[in-house]
Design a protein around this ligand. Structure first.
Ligand code: G6P
Length: 609
């Protein structure tokens, strides 16, 4: 899981490659490298750390060259280091690679027996050797890449150049995204269109098992059998504003504040007076959703938390049983699929390896159909699911997911409402919930006004080692998401529990060094939650409560605080209460001086198992 950029142009491509890598750092940022051909002269720069390390090396000693490949890495095989950074070279072949070659050990062994020596611990290097072997037999670069990928098992996207053939780069994709960019007399490849909008909006999204050859004057796509394939050119609508930080200090902060707009976009054109408009789930949506008798929701990370909230919603509004599971477990389990079960995959990127594999398992497991909830229209998930619902969050750059989560919740609220309509939810309630959902962007806007109070609260957490988050009902997954945000970007150890579970173990952790954050909207569970919170207070725990209006919460000012959050209605409250938790994690991280947008060891898009 990494980012790839490649270019063939008349101008010098190193600055384009470096700018492209910066736009792809969300995919990994532990080491980076570029390789550029000037005629048949190869220059390769690699460095541990972020792309700016490579940029500094380049700026200290710039070089010309119109053919190049580049990479930003999230280590899978071999520690982050200069020798393991891509591009990897062997003889004439130079390769960048995203994904995992599952049979690399066997290939490496065979290559060693043929006298090949390895310069890195990566799985990628086998590709360089295989391509070089084929080039040495007189094959063209395209043929050589085709032969090499024919021997690979796993999921990957690659870009390869031949030192003796300047002016051409060959790419291939199987299981990892790759897009070709079309310029005037210059062409590009990248893992994501975000890397290309600096040079072009004209793109071709490559499909599974496509092989692509770019030259200055042409882009040609082939199948793995070598026959030409037609792929339509599209114009990307991604605006450069969408991927720039503007006045904000971090992308995460920008993305938190974009939520009213992003949620409004997700709702736009999808809600009438009494529920979801026709065909929002596609022309086949209604007939399929009518037949559904249960749902299996599968996702990873933050998207999994969105699925957990949806379980509460769908069970209550549509009276359908819902199970929610992380994809890495689901895919290897002997799952029982009752008749007429709908499989729902939730993924911001639509490229998460475990989620995609789970989706691909469904054909064998006998589902009624599949629904993909996703933020990236060109993603594998959207292409492969029967029904799709786009979240319209726009590009999310910060590794810790914020607007992608709240727009997923918004899309899932639409799903819950629609399933409710088709499975007996009465019209009056539907109208009420629809109105609440329409008001959600404004409710999020109001919740954002808590920022000064949350910023002040963040001071209490700067020197903490641990924190406990509590919620009940649909606020339990919100507490999980709050804890995940804090872990991800501030590196404070945080756990979340359903408040009722406190006395079954975690209460033992509570003392004056364990701050407890409770999510407490004014709902039917409030009194139960209050008793749970008394248990914390009685043990001297410090209690910070995000409370709905009129909850009557009072806290000894010395031992905690209550911050009032405008509820926005009971249905949408999980979305609204997420916002102050995001802000809390953000401000704690800023105070601790961590790398907010690119926290250590993580990556935004996990395209490896
Ligand atoms: C990574 C990201 C998380 C994200 C998860 C699932 O771990 O860091 O923020 O929630 O992947 O990603 P997806 O694109 O499938 O929603």
């Amino acid at each position: 899981m990494c980012g790839i950029v490649a270019a063939v142009a008349q101008r010098d491509v190193a600055p384009i490659l470096i700018a492209g890598l910066k736009a792809l750092e969300y995919r990994g940022y532990d080491s980076a490298g570029i390789a550029v051909l000037d005629g048949a002269h190869l220059r390769r720069l690699r460095a541990k750390g972020k792309v700016r390390e490579v940029e500094a090396l380049y700026e200290a000693d710039p070089f010309p060259g119109g053919t190049g490949i580049a990479h930003t890495r999230w280590a899978t095989h071999g520690a982050p280091s200069e020798r393991n950074a891509h591009p990897h070279a062997s003889g004439r072949a130079v390769v960048v690679h995203n994904g995992i070659i599952e049979n690399h050990a066997a290939l490496r062994e065979a290559l060693r027996e043929r006298g090949r020596e390895f310069a890195s611990d990566t799985d990628t290097e086998v590709i360089a050797h295989l391509v070089d072997e084929a080039l040495a037999q007189g094959k063209s670069l395209r043929e050589a890449v085709r032969e090499a990928v024919g021997q690979l098992h796993g999921a990957y996207a690659i870009a390869v150049l031949d030192v003796e053939a300047p002016g051409v780069v060959v790419g291939a994709r199987r299981g990892s995204p790759l897009v070709a960019g079309i310029g005037i007399g210059e062409h590009f490849l990248a893992s994501d269109v975000q890397a290309l909008i600096q040079v072009t909006r004209r793109v071709i999204y490559l499909e599974e098992n496509d092989l692509v050859e770019i030259r200055r004057e042409s882009v040609e796509v082939f199948g793995m059998d070598g026959t030409p394939r037609q792929r339509a050119e599209q114009t990307s609508e991604l605006s450069s504003d969408a991927v720039e930080r503007g006045e904000y200090r971090h992308y995460m902060q920008k993305e938190i504040f974009e939520q009213p707009r992003a949620v409004a976009d997700t709702l736009e054109g999808r809600l009438g007076e009494d529920g979801v408009l026709p065909n929002v789930f596609g022309v086949d949506g209604e007939s399929l959703l009518t037949r559904v008798r249960g749902l299996h929701i599968v996702a990873c990370g933050t998207s999994y938390h969105a699925g957990m909230v949806a379980k509460y919603w769908i069970e209550s509004l549509a009276r359908l049983p819902v199970s929610v599971e992380v994809a890495s477990e689901y895919r290897y389990r002997d799952v029982v699929v009752p008749e007429d079960t709908l499989f729902v995959a939730i993924s911001q990127s639509g490229e998460t390896a475990d989620t995609l594999s789970a989706l691909r398992e469904t054909a064998r497991r006998g589902y009624l159909g599949t629904l993909g909830i996703c933020n990236v229209p060109e993603s594998s998930l959207v292409r492969e699911a029967d029904l799709k619902l786009m979240t319209r969050a726009g590009p999310e750059i910060g590794v810790a997911s914020t607007k992608a989560f709240t727009t997923q919740l918004t899309a899932l609220a639409l799903l819950a409402l629609e399933l409710g309509r088709l499975h007996g939810l009465d019209e009056t309630r539907r109208r009420h919930l629809t109105a609440e959902l329409k008001h959600l962007p404004a409710a999020i806007e109001a919740a954002l006004q808590c920022e000064p109070a949350i910023e002040a609260l963040a001071e209490q957490f700067v020197h903490r080692q641990h924190a406990l988050f509590l919620g009940r009902g649909a606020q339990y997954p919100v507490a999980l998401e709050g804890a995940l945000k804090l872990k991800e970007i501030s590196y404070i150890h945080a756990e979340a529990y359903p408040a009722g579970e406190l006395k079954h173990g975690p209460l033992a952790l509570v003392d004056e060094d364990m701050p407890v954050i409770a999510v407490a909207p004014n709902n039917a569970m409030l009194d139960k939650l209050k008793s749970n919170l008394q248990e914390v207070r009685a043990r001297g725990g410090e209690l910070y409560v995000l409370a709905g209006k009129d909850t009557g919460m009072e806290i000894d000012a010395e031992r905690g605080e209550v911050i009032e959050v405008p509820l926005g209605g009971h249905f949408v409250a999980p979305v609204v209460f997420t916002v102050p938790l995001q802000l809390l994690a953000y401000h704690v991280a800023v105070l601790r001086g961590t790398d907010v947008d690119q926290p250590r060891n993580l990556a935004k898009s996990v395209t490896v198992e």
